[in-house]
Design a protein around this ligand. Structure first.
Ligand code: ADP
Length: 409
């Protein structure tokens, strides 16, 4: 089945056309600056290996979707002859609140519930709704499926998702742990469970999705027991520009000392902290690694090392904590931009972890970057398996969409 996967942002719309019979991506592209002057679409046909880019005004997401269909059906760079060949559309949705524990076919009721999730992720949810409405305008009769980043985490028990705040805030405002990157954690944990070769119900896996935004999950028996992101994606481990877990009392303290407003302190924790805040020069792990490998002669060496060591320390603690709540550990998985491409960080995380049965092959690990496929990093005598599994959230969205669209026929 040909499924169009759409990831709509407030001024952008990324898309991939999948053939779900073969899992192949036929074409992909991005519309940028939607609703802003200078809008453009970039498109790649991965079968013919050609591409096109066009600067054309896009007043809204409906115009963008119309252009996507034009590119997909274009005689030169297109891969289908008409819109009829797109059988369903799958949307990535960042936040489904407590309403959605799995992917779902779009309906009026679903759209109304999604509206209620706006408060949790205002920018993202508003953009998703524009993307969905754009698709409805261009292809009103196609089945559309919503796939939520929060859904996989809905198996957590209240003891993992309720904060020790007055309970009325949970009841009144839905303040609880929701987690993020669920589609990625679901994909890599399922791949890891297949490799372990035992019934999924018996598996205990820690998945480390480490990118600009990072989250760690405990996946026991195929279900999330806990995850490091919380009410918002600010919680958990140190990230590119986000602080992760801090003592909450620091917030009013800094606000008072620096005279910051709530918006300013929010901006500081989301945009000026993490790697950027600690290193003082970059949020990108490649820049930090370059400074570290230069050694102490590089003026950024010390703070870059500190920034990376904080993340290492955070992740080690999560692995230990999650092994404790799962009462065991079969595997640790690394994925996403940093997890897949930063051997140094993986090595220092796995160092001195024999207590947890973790032992990696340093040579294999050092070479494992920019790999399109799964790589086993642990040694044969490591009690706990350690793997690099490239994530593929779009494939999960395409497959869920195909399954739900087929069942609706
Ligand atoms: P996002 O959370 O925005 O999806 P990514 O998963 O793309 O982020 O991760 C971005 C991080 O991954 C950056 O810190 C970047 O340095 C790192 N990264 C991405 N690709 C590579 C690469 N090829 N080599 C080293 N680091 C990489």
């Amino acid at each position: 089945m040909n499924v169009l996967v759409v990831n709509a942002g407030s001024s952008s719309l990324k898309y991939q056309l999948f053939d779900t019979n073969t899992d192949a991506v036929l074409a992909k592209g991005i519309c940028e600056r939607i609703g802003i002057e200078g809008s453009k679409i970039e498109h790649k046909n991965l079968i013919k290996e050609n591409k096109a880019a066009k600067e054309v005004p896009m007043a809204d997401h409906s115009v963008a979707m119309q252009l996507v269909v034009e590119m997909l059906t274009d005689a030169e760079v297109g891969c289908i002859s008409s819109m009829d060949e797109i059988e369903a559309v799958g949307h990535r949705v960042v936040h489904g609140g407590a309403f959605f524990s799995k992917s779902i076919l779009l309906s009026d009721d679903v759209l109304a519930k999604l509206e209620l999730c706006r408060d949790f992720a205002p920018l993202h949810t508003g953009a998703h709704i524009m993307g969905i409405k754009g698709c409805l305008a261009v292809m009103p009769t196609k089945p559309q499926v919503l796939v939520f980043d929060t859904a996989f985490h809905q198996t957590m028990k209240p003891e993992a998702y309720v904060y020790a705040l007055p309970y009325e805030y949970y009841e009144k405002y839905g303040i609880r742990r929701y987690g993020a990157h669920g589609t990625s954690h679901r994909y890599v944990s399922a791949e890891m469970a297949k490799i372990l070769g035992k019934p999924v119900e018996e598996t205990k896996i820690v998945t480390c999705h480490i990118g600009n935004g990072s989250s760690i999950s405990a996946v026991k028996g195929g279900c999330v027991m806990d995850t490091s992101m919380g009410f918002t994606p600010l919680a958990g481990v140190e990230m590119g520009t986000r602080c992760g877990d801090i003592d909450p009392a620091i917030v009013p303290y800094i606000m008072e000392k620096e005279g910051l407003s709530t918006a300013e302190v929010n901006e500081m924790m989301n945009k000026k902290s993490g790697f950027l805040g600690v290193s003082g020069f970059s949020s990108d792990s490649r820049d930090l690694e370059a400074a570290i490998s230069d050694g102490p002669s590089n003026p950024n060496y010390e703070r870059a090392s500190l920034a990376v060591n904080i993340l290492k320390h955070n992740i080690k603690k999560y692995i230990g904590a999650y092994a404790a709540i799962m009462n065991g550990l079969d595997a640790v998985v690394f994925t996403a931009g940093i997890g897949e491409n930063n051997p140094h960080l993986r090595e220092i995380i796995c160092e001195d972890m024999e207590f947890f049965g973790i032992k990696i092959d340093k040579e294999v690990n050092a070479k494992a970057l920019r790999q399109p496929n799964t790589v086993k990093l642990s040694t044969d005598d490591s009690k706990t398996a350690v793997y690099l599994i490239p994530t593929n959230e779009e494939l999960v969205i395409a497959k869920d969409t195909a399954a739900l669209a087929s069942s609706a026929k």
